[in-house]
Design a protein around this ligand. Sequence first.
Ligand SMILES: O=c1[nH]c(=O)n([C@H]2C[C@H](O)[C@@H](COP(=O)(O)O)O2)cc1CO
Length: 136
Amino acid sequence: MKIYFAGSIRGGREDVGVYRKIIDYLNIDNKVLTEHIGDYKLSVEGQGQLDNDYIRNRDVDWLNKSDLVVAETSNPSLGVGYELAYAEKIKKPVLILHNKNKSQLSAMIEGSKYFRNINYYSDVTEAISILKSKLK
Ligand SMILES: O=c1[nH]c(=O)n([C@H]2C[C@H](O)[C@@H](COP(=O)(O)O)O2)cc1CO
């Protein structure tokens, strides 16, 4: 399965370690299209070597091609919010992971009837177990 993993970049890179572990787990049996989100070297500036319009169009293309969107939403990010709204518009299946000790998920996501696969976790081990049970 082709998976679009969404996680914060310009919204803040505090959770890069969590993204890396989730991506590594997903890549065991799937192909994660957005590997760069788990790259420790990628800073809050994002993929500065690429134009913003290139990034946006490439990512929309990947969203269209993906079979599933997995979004880690604990660190609020405009880009992740945009990707979720786009996934909702094209009716792409979405699985959300949110660390309940970090922040409150936006009402725009919680309040949408489209997002019914919202999973709260407290540490990355729990996040991986959720993926294990939901993706089998
Ligand atoms: O350099 C980038 N590359 C990239 O693929 N994105 C996409 C993928 C992420 O899921 C999301 C992060 O958005 P933001 O940068 O607003 O936190 O946007 C975002 C940026 C920078 O905004």
